[in-house]
Design a protein around this ligand. Sequence first.
Ligand SMILES: [Zn+2]
Length: 69
Amino acid sequence: MDTTAPGPGVASCPQCGTPAPLPIHYGYPEPEHIRAALRGEIALGGVVHHPDPPQFECRDDDCGYTFTP
Ligand SMILES: [Zn+2]
């Protein structure tokens, strides 16, 4: 049950144009989140205390841009 998953609509990284940025999961990762991250479906943001952390991360390792659409 993950009600915080961002909705669709982000087609590419605004920084470099790499398609399909990864939605970032925040908080302590459950096994399902780790599996999804290993499959390249999400990024793990860890536990943050920022009030408005970025929701997506570029899947290009050289870019790594994080943003909120
Ligand atoms: Zn990028």
